[in-house]
Ligand binder design. Structure first.
Ligand code: HEM
Length: 221
């Protein structure tokens, strides 16, 4: 099957998927940085992150399907998941497949989040950061529209967005680590009963370690 419609669809959905993945990575970094306010609560960020990522996966599915269905070039279904097996531009389609596999792992482990250990889920989720530049490289290298000025500006905007989000995330993590390092554990603080903190099997995962004073006569745990 071949038609210009399939080709236009591959190009259009590729660009939209890239923009939506950029938004997903940005929102994910924002959520993890815990930059919140009354008009921008954490649960809304998480929900937006989740929904935008689902939308991105939808556009990516159409992008991949149309590129395979368009027999004008021979990509092949195997190339969707096995990198570098496409007959058409094997190297750069393969780079897209690598990004796709990483994003698939992130999406599947997120859907099964409550069934897998949190550290494993987090380790896989970090692939989201890695897959984004790989997908960008694929789009820039292979795209018919890469020479268009508006595409160049879109790419610049996407890169700026992810760099800003990743920097914000790194700064937030460094601040929170400093704050957590300065906190004396409750067990050695006289007059404290327990520490309230978001933890992942004993490892603090967020700022906000709060020592709650004990009532007279109570023992520290
Ligand atoms: C995360 C994964 C992916 C993203 C974000 C992505 C995004 C993009 C973008 C932005 C373009 C450039 C569109 C243009 O400027 O014309 C593109 C092109 C293309 N992609 Fe992907 N892609 C991904 C994965 C894949 C996979 C797995 C395949 C195939 C199995 C694929 C096949 C193609 C093909 C054949 C083109 C060339 C279309 C043309 O002739 O312009 N992509 N992709």
């Amino acid at each position: 099957m071949t038609s210009p419609v399939l080709w236009y669809a591959t190009r259009a959905t590729g660009i939209v998927a890239l923009v939506l993945f950029t938004a997903t990575v940005g929102l994910g970094a924002l959520t993890a940085s815990r930059v919140q306010g009354p008009a921008w609560p954490g649960f809304a960020q998480q929900e937006l992150h989740r929904r935008v990522s689902l939308l991105a996966v939808g556009f990516l599915a159409v992008h991949v399907a149309t590129s395979v269905l368009d027999s004008y070039v021979h990509v092949g279904w195997l190339a969707v998941v096995v990198p570098f097996t496409s007959h058409y531009k094997a190297a750069w389609v393969g780079v897209g497949t690598v990004a796709f596999d990483m994003m698939l792992a992130v999406a599947l482990t997120s859907l099964l989040r409550h069934r897998i250990p949190a550290p494993a889920w987090r380790a896989v989720h970090w692939l989201g950061y890695l897959s984004w530049p790989v997908a960008l490289a694929h789009g820039i290298a292979i795209g018919t529209d890469r020479g268009e000025a508006w595409v160049a500006w879109l790419v610049v905007a996407c890169v700026a967005c992810v760099l800003a989000a990743a920097t914000g995330r790194a700064v937030a993590t460094a601040r929170w680590r400093r704050a957590a390092g300065a906190t004396v554990p409750a067990a050695v603080l006289p007059g404290t009963r327990f520490v309230v903190a978001r933890t992942d099997r004993g490892v603090p995962t967020s700022p906000g370690v709060v020592a709650v004073p004990s009532r007279h006569g109570e023992r520290s745990p």
